[in-house]
Design a binder for this molecule. Structure first.
Ligand SMILES: Nc1ncnc2c1ncn2[C@@H]1O[C@H](COP(=O)(O)OP(=O)(O)OP(=O)(O)O)[C@@H](O)[C@H]1O
Length: 656
């Protein structure tokens, strides 16, 4: 009985038969994993006398399968071949499947591959899950998520009893099953070491997949870093503790004149020479903000501002430094933009279709294409600054700054330092580090000297010298700084008369008056008045949020009759005023400032007596209007003091 029972216990085929035919389980002979799998197969209604792979993919589905598992196949293939080499000739084959158990790739001795194909259809594209072909190392390993060896009658299907196979699931870096690695061969050659080989191969494949993910992440991080560092205009440069470049963006590469080389990995010192402020800064001061420095690069001396930050590791140690570099010229350009040192207007923005205006507008392009200084003449408010901006914008200097200086508005004692700058300690109250003047700020651009006629005669000689020598010396300094500036000067005065009367230097006049454009007053171009009015109605309606559609005939008649001493600026003020108080869709004469309506009436009332007081009121009102209510300028224009003007305003009942 005992011997019999041992025989019974040791015969796996008998156990299999007992199970598939009578449903008897034998927990002593059969390993629990196998028994559980058999039970699953029964539930799944797998035919134990079949086991032929019938669930096979067609050609196009097979292609799709390869595409979606291409990374796994690419990574696994070399390992499959290595494993195969060590079992070559012993009748074994190596297989990988996808996560469902579908065969992706096989390699092995031709005889065994043929046998597998012809007997059980164990070929690419066939489903080798438990559900399809019963208990087997591939399908079962995928269900239990563990490596397993299954031999002979442990297979649920009889047609597999010839085989022994060892399978192990392959996981991605997230621990999810993505496939299975398997070694299969004749059951008579069952070796435990094939199981070990499968486990080792899967470990190697999973490692390689992890490395690839890390590499992909690194690549993505690098691409992101590059996109970020290339999107800024500053130069960015990172160096390690030894001074080796670890990252550099294109802007830094250009600034440091490394443009054509791949300098990553090179020592900063050997590229820039050991005596350079960058390395010095890196060694001694890892934290700096906007430090000014000069680098001698390929025979050029380049000025930068440089900020630096240490690269700190997770443990707090410093592994290098990141530098942010900005060329000073660019900094200046940015500052100019911030302080409004840019020109907004182009020729198309200047309204005017009168013949005189058309002629003047044409000259803008002639002036823009020449390098000569330009003198703009015309009454106040005729658009001289507009012309100056348009000349700059149409010239080859349009990328450079446009710096405007109103010579009449600068206190006499400040003109020198405003124009030429000053050094630290030049005078009490001088800024630390000194200050660049308008000439330096306008470098490579245009300097617009408005109201040049108001430049004090004793300073005119300094200006003349700069125009001749193209170099400035800061107040309190002795170094000459070269400046490349195009001058456009403007005046509403008769400079020839000023020369005669000794208020303006003739030599300076000839320096400035190389090319001159006269902008005619509004009263000499009546056609433009209406055009400008309609344009201004549109502009102000929009900016003041009104729906004004135009002006009635009486309104237009009144503006045509007025003499516009303040030219376009005065017209602009009048239209803005009218739009502000308008309540209807069309402007009427009621909305025009009183001076515009009454002044021409005064001229036309020949013979009719007007009181002196009325004349005075009209004159004061129109002058105030011309200077935008500015008391100082109005008083100056009327030739009276500010206090006298205040008295008059009170007496005449005029509000400033
Ligand atoms: N033809 C024009 N088209 C549109 N706007 C104009 C025109 N002429 C002048 N302006 C506008 O009129 C105002 C005065 O122009 P601008 O300051 O250029 O005159 P200006 O001659 O330089 O005056 P000033 O001599 O008082 O400095 C500005 O707001 C300008 O935009």
């Amino acid at each position: 009985m005992y011997t019999q029972s041992v025989k019974y216990v040791k015969d796996p085929l008998w156990t299999w038969k007992n199970f598939v035919e009578r449903g008897i389980t034998d927990a002593v002979v059969t390993r629990p994993e196998i028994m559980e799998s058999w039970q699953r197969c029964r539930v799944l209604d797998v035919d134990p006398y079949d086991g032929i792979g019938k669930d096979r993919l067609g050609h196009s589905e097979l292609q799709q399968l390869f595409i979606s598992n291409s990374q796994l196949v690419e990574v696994a293939k070399p390992f499959m071949h290595t494993v195969y080499q060590s079992v070559q000739g012993s009748g074994f084959m190596v297989v990988i499947t996808d996560k469902e158990g579908r065969i992706l790739h096989t390699c092995g001795d031709t005889g065994i591959l043929d046998k597998a194909a012809s007997t059980i259809q164990f070929i690419k594209g066939t489903n080798w899950s438990e559900q399809a072909v019963g208990t087997n190392a591939i399908g079962t390993a995928l269900v239990i998520n563990k490596a397993i060896q299954i031999s002979g009658p442990e297979h649920f299907c009889q047609s597999h009893h010839y085989w022994t196979c060892s399978g192990a699931p392959i996981h991605n870096y997230l621990g999810e099953i993505i496939g299975c690695f398997d070694i299969s061969g004749p059951a008579e050659y069952v070796y435990l070491h094939t199981y070990g080989m499968v486990v080792a191969a899967v470990e190697a494949i999973e490692n390689q997949l992890r490395k690839e993910v890390i590499q992909e992440e690194k690549n993505r991080a690098y691409e992101l870093l590059s996109a970020v560092t290339e999107s800024v205009t500053e130069g960015l440069l990172a160096v390690d503790n030894e001074g080796r470049i670890i990252h550099i963006n294109l802007a830094a590469q250009k600034m440091l004149r490394f443009s054509h080389k791949n300098v990553t990995g090179e020592f900063l010192n050997s590229l820039l020479g050991s005596q350079n402020n960058l390395t010095d800064m890196f060694v001694h001061h890892p934290w700096k903000t906007d430090a000014e420095m000069v680098l001698e690069l390929s025979g050029e001396s380049i000025q930068f501002t440089c900020s630096s930050r240490p690269i700190t590791q997770g443990d707090g140690s410093i592994s290098g430094v990141v530098f942010t570099l900005l060329e000073i010229n660019k900094v200046r350009r940015l500052v100019n933009r911030m302080v409004g040192a840019t020109a907004r207007f182009y020729c198309k923005d200047i309204i005017g279709e009168s013949e005189v205006m058309k002629k003047a507008l044409k000259l803008i392009f002639v002036a823009a294409n020449s390098r000569s200084n330009v003198l703009l003449t015309g009454e106040s408010g005729t658009g001289k600054e507009l012309f100056a901006q348009a000349i700059h914008n149409h010239s080859g200097r349009s990328d450079g700054p446009f710096v405007a200086v109103n010579c009449a508005a600068l206190p006499r004692e400040l003109i020198q330092s405003e124009l030429f700058g000053y050094n630290e300690g030049a005078f009490t109250g001088a800024k630390r580090g000194g200050n660049p003047g308008k000439f330096e700020l306008a470098n490579e651009g245009t300097l617009f000297l408005d109201e040049i006629g108001d430049m004090p005669i004793e300073l005119q000689v300094n200006l003349l010298r700069v125009l001749q020598e193209r170099k400035i010396t800061r107040v309190g300094g002795n170094k000459e700084i070269p400046v490349d500036v195009r001058i456009i000067a403007a005046t509403n005065k008769n400079l020839l008369k000023d020369i005669e009367e000794g208020r303006f230097r003739q030599d300076l006049f000839y320096r400035l008056n190389v090319f001159s454009i006269h902008i005619p007053p509004l009263r000499e171009r009546e056609e433009d008045i209406e055009l400008l009015t309609m344009y201004l109605i549109r502009v102000f309606s929009e900016s003041l949020g009104k729906q004004i559609k135009g002006a009635d005939t009486e309104f237009l008649q009144a503006i045509r009759n007025y003499s516009w001493p303040g030219n376009v600026r005065e017209l602009q003020n009048a239209v803005e005023f009218a739009i502000n108080i308008a309540e209807e869709d069309y402007l009427t004469v009621k909305e025009l400032p009183r001076t515009v309506v009454s002044y021409p009436r005064l001229i036309r009332t020949e013979g009719k007596v007007i009181s002196l007081l009325e004349v005075e009121r009209i004159t004061v009102e129109s002058t105030l209007n011309q200077f935008n209510g500015n008391i100082t300028q109005t008083a100056k224009a009327l030739g009276i003091g500010r206090n006298t003007l205040y008295d008059k305003l009170k007496k005449l009942g005029v509000r400033a």
